[in-house]
Write a protein that binds this ligand. Structure first.
Ligand code: GTP
Ligand code: MG
Length: 457
């Protein structure tokens, strides 16, 4: 697809910085550059050589001193002629340089429009376009590494192989419809379809860890007042984020902070202590929030003060969590343990199947490394070591549909269904796979994918 208009956008966020970067892409890129810039040394523009000079207004007034490079398509990010200009940082210089480019014939780019053009030019497939945003939004080195793998195209290659295998079988089925006499009964290779199902399943198996590393997990710190939730949050974050005091009911509103736990981007939520008998309206509002978070978090840390007797409030906390995965965390293990701590453990364990039990002290730091390891293990639950993982729910959903359609076709073969019906199942599987890479993507799907993008990408 060839676009006739030339787009422009900042590549760097607004704000004070040494330099800002902007990009033009489209057929007029070089003409616009020649109009707005006076290079210091005379001469022709050569592709991929950097030139120094001034961006000037139509009357010759200097707007900013810049470095600029013109890159001839199609071996550019968008596949079109591209110009990149480094001007000074700050709000004004960048805005004026962009305005000057617009006056000279460019149009402001929409979010994701450069990447959309790269996709339209066939430079990248849809999974790589999505990976661009994943790289930008990666929250830990591991999530970045995973996004880079996808950017290099492994999902597209894997899906193309599956699709090719299915198209081969689909052709055989269609031949059977068109020339029923020429094709033998067993023209369809059942084993090939079984193999496709198995391969799709191995990709589906990577998705739990993949999606976790891309999107992260919410972990709630729950417990009755004063068990040490805010202290534990601070120790996990290694900051003084939350207020801590010996007064029960210190934390009123829930408070969320991000951290990296063994490469997994997690959001810890400190909550107001759950208790039934408060008359304080504000505390009650906080407790309502705590209960909502308790029910929905990906993982809960249920805190129990090991120096205090078990109270009915501890059971309330467990009730608020429901059946979701939880770690039991004994706090304040630097203090003498309460005499009943072991019997209380038994009674709590009866109420809930904990993933693990850990004992910590935020005063001495004891147990903290073990707690981090338990959290990582509880979240990851045995994911694959390779960083080639399905990390996008859109891909996962399409893979599941493709697998189901191939399984339907296999059931059809067993049930001696007509070639026409088998062809429908196989065609559906092919289309589902094509949605992943974009071959069978609708306009609406592309809009959804590119709506996630930021300006300048
Ligand atoms: N000795 C000891 N005291 C602790 C430890 N952790 C927390 N505390 C103390 O316990 C008290 C309550 O701690 P917080 O972290 O405010 O407890 P919380 O669960 O957030 O309390 P609320 O916000 O009121 O629900 C404070 O006086 C802390 O200093 C610990 O590991 N050892
Ligand atoms: Mg607190």
């Amino acid at each position: 697809m060839q676009y006739t208009d030339t787009i422009v956008a900042p590549l760097t966020p607004p704000g004070r910085s040494a330099i800002s970067l902007l990009r033009l892409s489209g057929p007029l890129s070089r003409t616009i550059l020649e109009t707005v810039m006076n290079p210091r040394r005379p001469g022709q523009w050569r592709s991929r050589s950097v030139r120094y000079g001034n961006i000037v207004d139509h009357d010759g007034t200097v707007i900013d001193e810049v470095l600029a490079v013109w890159m001839r398509g199609p071996t550019t990010y968008t596949g079109e002629d591209v110009v990149e200009i480094s001007c000074h940082g700050g709000y004004v210089a960048l805005e004026l340089v962009i305005a000057r480019c617009v006056a000279a014939g460019a149009r402001l780019a929409n979010p994701g429009e450069f990447t959309m053009r790269a996709y339209a030019a066939g430079r990248i497939d849809l999974t790589q376009a999505e990976a661009v945003m994943d790289v930008i939004q990666a929250q830990t080195p591991q999530s970045l590494h995973q996004a880079q793998q996808q950017l290099q195209g492994w999902v597209g290659t894997a899906v193309a192989e599956l699709r090719a295998a299915l198209l081969y079988e689909l052709a055989a089925v269609i031949a059977q419809i068109d020339f029923p006499d020429d094709v033998s009964e067993d023209a369809l290779n059942r084993d090939a379809l079984v193999d496709v199902v198995a391969r799709i399943q191995t990709y589906i198996d990577t998705a739990h860890t993949g999606i976790l590393l891309r999107d992260g997990a919410q972990i709630a710190l729950l417990g009755r007042p004063n068990v040490g939730k805010s202290s534990l949050l601070n120790t996990l974050l290694r900051t003084n984020r939350a207020l801590v005091s010996p007064i029960a009911g210190t934390t009123r509103d829930s408070l969320e902070e991000s951290a990296d736990i063994a490469g997994i981007p997690v959001r810890f939520v400190d909550t107001a202590g759950i208790r039934g008998h408060t008359t304080d309206d504000v505390e009650l509002m906080g407790i309502v929030r705590s209960r909502a978070i308790a029910a929905q978090a990906d993982l809960a840390l249920i805190l129990r003060d090991s120096s205090a007797p078990l109270s009915p409030e501890d059971a309330e906390v467990l009730e608020a969590r429901g059946s979701g995965p939880a770690l039991l965390v004994y706090t304040k293990n630097d203090l003498p343990a309460h005499a009943h701590v072991l019997t209380t453990e038994a009674s709590l364990q009866q109420q809930h199947q904990f993933v693990a039990v850990v004992s910590v002290s935020t005063k001495t730091g004891e147990g903290m490394e073990q707690l981090r390891a338990c959290i990582a293990a509880a979240l990851r639950a045995g994911g694959p070591a390779s960083s080639q993982r399905i990390s996008n729910t859109r891909h996962l959903d399409a893979l599941k549909r493709a697998k189901q359609s191939v399984e339907d076709a296999l059931a059809g073969i067993a049930g001696h269904l007509s070639a026409e019906l088998l062809a429908i199942d196989l065609q559906e599987a092919v289309s589902a796979l094509g949605e992943i890479t974009g071959q069978d993507a609708t306009e609406a799907l592309l809009d959804v994918v590119f709506a996630r993008f930021c300006i300048g990408k």
